[in-house]
Ligand binder design. Structure first.
Ligand SMILES: *Cc1c(COP(=O)(O)O)cnc(C)c1O
Length: 433
């Protein structure tokens, strides 16, 4: 008999998993980077595939016994390529951060200049933060939004690029609610001899369904997470529509020029990772299959409609949305003023108060914020998770009503307890699993 049959059930952990399940089911989830996966995605993520080592790529592994995982990983690659109209993909990055690091390793030498969207304006840590490898091993420079409009000024992006001569220009963000001018960015990249990378971690699902501009014809390399709007397991991927010879003269040991695809594959393994997580790759394959369906198109469309409805409701209550609205699934709200009057609110106060009513959001810096990252002047909210639960436009207005009531009554604990009860009861109408 297997020694595993006598393993004792770990009730300490499973009790906590059940507690977390209850938390997710009973509250309103507005964190823009979160979503709920299907049951079959979680089933694959918790499968026997976790037992398998498979360093290398399908058909070219360093371990035996990979026939089955080869088929699974190839399906993941093929479905992902179909979903985005890509011709090459690597589905092994353990996360979005890992995908980006692998690209940097493949394209850059230490000390090279990278140019990304300002972290304080909604950019991501992996695009040049001093505490991340991207800012420690490379020279980061940034572009941002205009104070008056909250929008990126493409002329200023060009000015900065011409002055700083980055080798890699990065577009994409964690808290920018508008679409990107990939065509203009490619012209800028070409002008200064940079590669252009799009990190579509947040809006990937909307891009896949044609609800936002398609970066693939203009961006040399595209990375994304798989767990935000894409609604898969936690993870990352790297893609290209057009492979090309690496522009930096890196040769194989035999003196041949290497294609970017080959450099990127090596950037993932052995460059920055060891064995791939085949259980997660199987879950990715399932999520990509789901994303190819008509049902997911309807989902993505509803995510965008819900974001429009939510932005409208916040605006009508007097809240200031950065850039005045949204093109995607999220928005950034500057809480400092409401109806033009000082509100006394901070992002920290809002986050800590809303959680008492089981409404989860995250505090977020707003562009030109005068407060620290631990306090912040804003919050970021998104509609991907609640749309997965089945909520529609009219529900967004009700959510905003609840958020507003909690914020107005932030020092009234009994009022907030009442809202929490309402939230918990309401969410019973939308069973998750
Ligand atoms: C979320 C995010 C990532 C990182 O994803 P992880 O899976 O948390 O590593 C990278 N880039 C952007 C723009 C993101 O929003």
């Amino acid at each position: 008999m297997s020694t595993l049959t006598s393993v004792e059930r770990d009730t300490a952990i499973f009790d906590l998993i059940n507690k977390e399940k209850y938390r997710q089911e009973s509250g309103i989830e507005l964190i823009a980077s979160e979503n709920f996966t299907s049951k079959q995605v979680m089933e694959a993520a918790g499968s026997v595939l976790t037992n398998k080592y498979a360093e290398g790529l399908p058909g070219k592994r360093y371990y035996g016994g990979c026939e089955v995982v080869d088929e699974i990983e190839q399906i993941a690659i093929d479905r992902l390529k179909e979903l985005f109209g890509a011709t090459w993909a690597n589905v092994q990055p353990h996360s979005g951060a890992q995908a980006n690091t692998a690209v940097f390793l493949a394209c850059l030498n230490p000390g090279d200049t990278i140019m990304g969207f300002n972290l304080a304006h909604g950019g991501h840590l992996t695009h040049g933060s001093p505490v991340n490898i991207s800012g420690k091993y490379f020279r980061p420079v940034f572009y941002g939004v205009e104070a008056e409009t909250g929008l990126i000024n493409w002329d200023k992006v060009e000015e900065t690029a011409v002055r700083e001569k980055p080798k890699l220009l990065i577009c994409g963000a964690s808290a920018y609610s508008r679409d990107w001018d990939y065509e203009r960015l490619r012209a800028i990249a070409d002008q200064v001899g940079a590669l252009l990378m799009a990190d579509i971690a947040h809006p990937a699902g909307l891009i896949a369904k044609g609800l936002l501009k398609d970066p693939f014809d203009y961006c040399h390399i595209v990375t994304t997470t798989t767990h935000k709007t894409l609604r898969g397991p936690r993870g990352g991927v790297i893609m290209m529509r057009n492979d090309f010879e690496n522009p930096f003269g890196i040769k194989t040991p035999k003196g041949q020029t290497r294609l970017m695809s080959s450099l990127l594959d090596s950037g993932v393994f052995p460059g920055t990772q060891g064995g791939p997580l085949e259980h997660i790759i199987a879950a990715k394959a399932i999520a990509f299959g789901e994303a190819l369906s008509e049902g997911y198109y309807n989902y993505a469309t509803q995510v965008a409609k819900n974001a429009q409805a939510m932005a409208k409701a916040f605006t009508e209550k007097g809240y200031r949305i950065i850039s005045g609205g949204t093109d995607n699934h999220l928005m950034l709200i500057d809480l400092r003023t409401k109806n033009g009057i000082d509100s006394g609110l901070t992002g920290k106060l809002a986050e800590n108060t809303l959680i008492k009513a089981d409404i989860t959001i995250n505090k977020n810096m707003v562009p030109f914020d005068d407060k620290s990252p631990m306090v912040t002047s804003g919050i970021r909210v998104g509609t991907a998770a609640m749309t997965s639960r089945g909520l529609i436009e009219s529900d967004m207005a009700r959510i905003v009503d609840l958020v507003d009531t909690v914020l107005i009554n932030h020092d009234n604990d009994s009022k907030i307890a009442g809202i929490k009860g309402e939230v918990n009861n309401w969410m019973k109408e939308f069973p998750l699993y």
